[in-house]
Design a protein around this ligand. Sequence first.
Ligand code: OAD
Length: 239
Amino acid sequence: MKKKIAVLTGAGVSAESGISTFRDSGGLWDNYNVEDVASIDGWYRNPGLVLDFYNTRRKELASASPNAAHLAIAGLEKDYDVTVITQNVDNLHERAGSTRIIHLHGELTKVRPEDSCNDRDGFSEAKVFDIGYGEIHLGDLSPDGVQLRPHIVWFGEAVPKIESAIDAVEAADILLIVGTSLQVYPAAGLYRYAGRNTPIYIIDPKDVPAYDRRITHIRNVATAGMEEFRRILERQKAD
Ligand code: OAD
């Protein structure tokens, strides 16, 4: 049986594809107020601004491609049973070939009616549909006549996929974390569900606020860090 690897990714894994991170200097939250464009209150205050923000993100994604880190994560499936848990709303893991992906914070290329919220029971998947890299505007309605919103989990909303993410981390033999500042919960707390003796590798060029004896910090960007991680796996196989 293949060993299980859970991979938790954040904006840093897509940085080398040219997609801005949020909290690095020059990142998205330097240029936008997170409360305005990525919270449920922001949506009700000024939905046009929110739609513009995500229309721009979708356009940016259309011209981006998976980088060597996304490809290396997909390549792990050759030897391991891999679940990717991503906070990213881009589709670069899919385009790199990963087959099991949990999108904790939603997906940029999908929309749903604004009355299907991330409530306690989660939104109705049946109402979610793909718009590719197109735009949505005020007045664009679902088949049942409700304003469309981006299929994104905003601040102030529940995270319906967190339970399946916890299951994947609990079941993992190895946990790999790539390119997240671990500032946003509940994703930031996921590593605590790893088994008592499960090794945790964190790839990030900067310090990250995770302190645990199981953690090995690979202080590098995602592409080079994934090469180091592969070498660690090879050495483990040889032992
Ligand atoms: P952040 O922008 O908070 O953190 C990005 C992390 O990536 C930092 O730790 C950087 O050091 C690291 N990084 C930068 N360049 C890198 C590279 N080339 N290779 C590897 N790592 C690199 O992004 P997230 O942690 O993903 O949510 O942010 C979490 C959530 O906060 C997002 O999903 C988003 C945001 O607000 C919503 O919008 C709901």
